[in-house]
Design a protein around this ligand. Structure first.
Ligand SMILES: C[S@@+](CC[C@H](N)C(=O)[O-])C[C@H]1O[C@@H](n2cnc3c(N)ncnc32)[C@H](O)[C@@H]1O
Length: 289
């Protein structure tokens, strides 16, 4: 057993509950990821430290060094993800010297060169963000959820995240034009098209790529915890029962708790002992509920 594996044995929690396994590992993901098998993960959902932010709580990486820091990690993520798998990266560029920094855009380009397909970008609209006033911009109410894949054909269960037809349907569908009653093929020949009348009698529709999720979370002891609804949504969309989810920047354990709740195996990696312990408490709380 090499040094990294011995370290993991000492500093990890392994639970077999609800017919799935949950592994929480204390360590630096750039080392720990090397111990995970090739093509073994179905979904990666994570929120790495944003550039220079929260320096006082769990460190930050300088904006200009962000891509260089992240690329060896994304190379490992590429190796461990199954060809049918998906990687969701929650990130948002900060403002530096009055401008939005471009490191997220640079990262997308660098990851494409690494072999990733940048399949989609979801927006997390934080419907309850704090009010505020800045001289040259409005309050930031959204973050990026970048979707990367290894392959054009990846697992996606769209039915699992359908939403009830809202009031918009009552007004929009009341006044259908002739064009709405036939398939309206895209003018750019993208192959996409719509026939709105198909949706007339349906109670459920597919969601958009904007997720309206409040930032509220029960993990008050971590300054950047996800609301559980966020990993939940992607787990339902991109995995099946018994699949394996990975979060290499686990924080307070939200992704592994969400995975356990949905009967998925999971692996979480966290560098800070304080948050590693918090993740374990959060998972145990869920099991003892
Ligand atoms: C934005 S937070 C994640 C919050 C998480 N999504 C949650 O719901 O609690 C990023 C986390 O990554 C951890 N971290 C930073 N560098 C790391 C590394 N190299 N390996 C593992 N974890 C790391 C930080 O300590 C922090 O808890």
């Amino acid at each position: 057993m090499d040094i990294i594996q011995q370290e993991i044995k000492k500093n990890s929690l392994f639970l077999a509950e609800h017919n799935v396994t949950t592994k929480i590992i204390l360590g630096d993901c750039s080392n720990v990821l090397k111990t995970i098998k090739d093509n073994s993960i179905d979904l990666i959902v994570t929120s790495p430290p944003y550039s220079d932010q929260r320096k006082n709580t769990y460190g930050g990486i300088k904006a200009d060094q962000y891509v260089e820091w992240f690329l060896p990690i994304s190379a490992e993520l590429f190796r461990v993800l199954k060809p049918s798998g998906t990687f969701i990266l929650n990130i948002k560029e900060k403002v530096k010297d009055g401008e939005r920094h471009t490191y997220v855009l640079e990262l997308i380009q660098a990851m494409r060169k690494q072999g990733w397909l940048w399949t989609e970008e979801f927006i997390w609209y934080k419907k309850n963000c704090y009010p505020g006033k800045w001289p040259n911009r409005f309050r930031d109410a959204w973050e990026r959820l970048l979707q990367f894949n290894k392959n054009k054909h990846f697992y996606m269960n769209q039915e699992a995240v359908m939403v009830a037809t809202g009031d918009w349907a009552k007004t929009r569908l009341k006044h259908l034009s002739n064009k709405d009653l036939i398939r309206d093929n895209s003018k750019v020949n993208s192959g996409f098209g719509k026939n709105i009348s198909n949706w007339l009698k349906r109670d459920m529709v597919y969601p958009t790529n904007v997720l309206n999720i409040a930032t509220e979370t029960s993990n008050k002891q971590h300054s950047a915890a996800f609301p559980k609804e966020l990993p939940n949504w992607f787990i339902k969309l991109f995995t099946k029962t018994g699949d394996t989810v990975l979060d290499p920047f686990l924080g307070s354990g939200t992704t592994v708790a969400a995975s356990l709740e949905l009967d998925r195996n999971s692996i979480g990696i966290e560098i800070k002992k304080e948050y590693y312990d918090l993740s374990i408490d959060n998972v145990k709380k869920f099991i003892n509920k």
